[in-house]
Design a protein around this ligand. Sequence first.
Ligand code: ZN
Length: 853
Amino acid sequence: MKGIFLWAAIGCCAVAVAADSPDYRLPSGVQPLSQIIELRIDPSRIDFDGATSIKLNVQQLTDRIGINQVGLTLANIALSGAEGQRTLQSTGGEWDRSWLADGEPIPPGEYTLTMEFSGEYATDALGMHRTSFEGNDYVFTQMEAMYARRAFPVFDEPSFKIPYQLILSAPDDLTVVANTPPESTDKKDGWQRVTFMPTPPLSSYLIAYAVGPLDRVAIEGISVPGHVYVPKGHAGELGFVLQQTPTIVAALEDYFGSKYPYRKLDFVAVPEFAFGAMENPGLITYRTDLLLVGDEVAGRQAINVLNVIAHEVAHIWYGDVVTMAWWDDLWLNEAFATWMANTILETVYPQYNTVLNLPQDGAFEADQLTTSRPIRRMVRTEDEIFGSVGLNYTKGHALLRMLERYVGHEVWQRAIRKYVEKFAWSNATESDLWAVVSEESGLDISKMAGDYLNQPGFASVSIDDAGAVTQTRYVREGLVAEEKLWRIPMNVKYKADGQVRQTFMLLEGPTGSLDIPSSTDWIFPDAGANGYYRWSTSLDQFYNLIDDIDELSEREKIALLDNTEAQLNAGSLSMADYLYVLKRFLQDPHPLVFLPTLRKVRVIGDEFVGDGNRGAFAVFIDQSLSERYQDVGIRGRAGDSEATLQLRPQLVRTLGQFGTDETLLAEAASIVDDYLKSPAAIQSQLAREAMRITALRDDGGRYEQYLQAYLRTASASQKSNILAAMYFDEPEVVLRHLEFSLSDDVQAGDSLAALNFFSYLLEDHSLLYEWLDDNFDRVVAKAPAYYQPVMPQVLGGSCDRENLDLLEEFFRDRDDAYATSLAKVIESDEACIARRTRHANAFEQFLKPYQDG
Ligand SMILES: [Zn+2]
């Protein structure tokens, strides 16, 4: 049906667990039907207690009931059914389960399971967690993926989609909010007891509530009531968010052809947050620095804020109303929201040029590793879910975009609407989506999608001058990986006889043939730049294309640039070819084609520049960038385009880090002084890069200035900006800041940032590992649990053999949980080291003309 989803009329509940559920899942014979959760929450205490009542359908004779909980104490467990009430005992089991039993069989039938429980709030921002902010205590929640079980006993799997009713008691001077509006409130003895309306069928990872001295501001202009809840005293910092949210919600309603489906749409700014934001229906939570951004927001910061809001609200339709059946389809959940958010930004906010952000370029980097894994794969635990979660977003987004282009926008949109309508208030899998898209389009999508989902990596497609097409798996030079094949929808642009034309080919096997004239000058095998594959042509044709580069769109140019680097890394182009293309791209007039070029120049600087060639590289940087810098300047100017606002911080950063312009450095330092006094005075991204280069060029004396400004400011976005810019490398400052990162002044979710950027900044990592030898347990205790499996990647990326040895030695025998991440770091750092060794001479040749200034 179109229009508002009438969940109440649909009844409950989807039964999606297979009869023989695997051992890490709860047994399939016991189905929860609905759950009431009562919690007594006083944020000034470290512990909480509660009670729950769960209606169950026992479908087959069993001797025990499994339920998820971790860290809770259970008491007074009772099972009431047609034959009266029984008292059950709890024993702990694997996979965060408790088994409830009394030694007698439990016959099929409907029951009510009740129990009391107590526990302590989490402090790592996951589950029901407690935080102090500006002298006030709060309790917030983050239940995805498997953290609801930290807060209450629950059937904590996404396919148990049932109505939940929350009853929250809290001191009566505090604000209490949850997924649904309150039904009633009783006050007694300084406490309030708020009974919230039951939710529609919901997966437990989407339950949310917040308790504390929250202020609120209404969001005007959306189709349901909505408010933004903020920590006390911050209601005045929401201008941009209040203004833009209705536009985003309306655009999504328009795309899906149905109204926002829950009773209310509240946002909460959470001062201690492990992720960016979380799509809890009716109560979306965000990091404070994403909501408390004030009125004037531009450049990357504006894009980030709009993108995250669009992403979370898009999840409402896919994620919340339609939910994956199990975590192996988390990729689809995230890919869908990421793709949808980008669609909204491209169509509703064209001024930000987000069409020039290519998701595949981010994905290729991780997916090219021979240790890469398929994005759809078996997962059992939190660690397995988050072990390489990043590809879910980027590769998944790139895949959906490629498929959307393949079937056509309109067919795709019709299919999405049908899919959401068909599976509303229940669960669905990726194959359900492909079935709908295939039906709408008449094309067999599921096999094609499966190639990208169930296999790691991607193809490199080569096309020779006669049009013969071959695909092999892309690997970096010198590496070997198991061969794979993909079904590849290729849009090909080529020039022949003075005319640019476009054609389509579906490559379904290892080879194919492209129908092009023998007079073809060049081929660009990724027209539109939506393909999830790399490509190469003959060197002659490649140079013809570079000479004719303005026949490509900006998006295509960016894809070409990235592909050129990939072909360098694969060994099919030389360093000289690559640097030729980089220099050519540094002349591109479009700021957002120039920008990714600049990033690649900086990567070259990071990898290839040392004491011996720093001077020559600085001359190259000054000469190549000065003209652009004259145009763009360092301070914002009235009438700056969004593209310029995005470019300026990176241009300043590159010149400041690698160039010799003393005036620029002095001006950057004065921007830092202005910003630390008054954050509103300077665009946030520019301030961040100015702080970074000022720190890089400083002897550590400014650390105190940054630190004091961080401690003093009430602005969440300034706080995180300063924390991201502590680019000091003096040993005493490094040690002091590492220690500071573990203090209560730094959020759990930010506690690893310092280790990450020190491993980028420091040439020799011995200091980091000496410190970690003494402090690793504290680091692990402070950081959100989901970071654990990726700790080696936090410290990797140095492109240095000795540092890599230190890293291997540190993690090798520590814990199996690090093995996957460690293998990835080793592979990518070794590839980087090999690339530097291989191309060092060619780079020196390139720098020769710049050696004498
Ligand atoms: Zn998401």
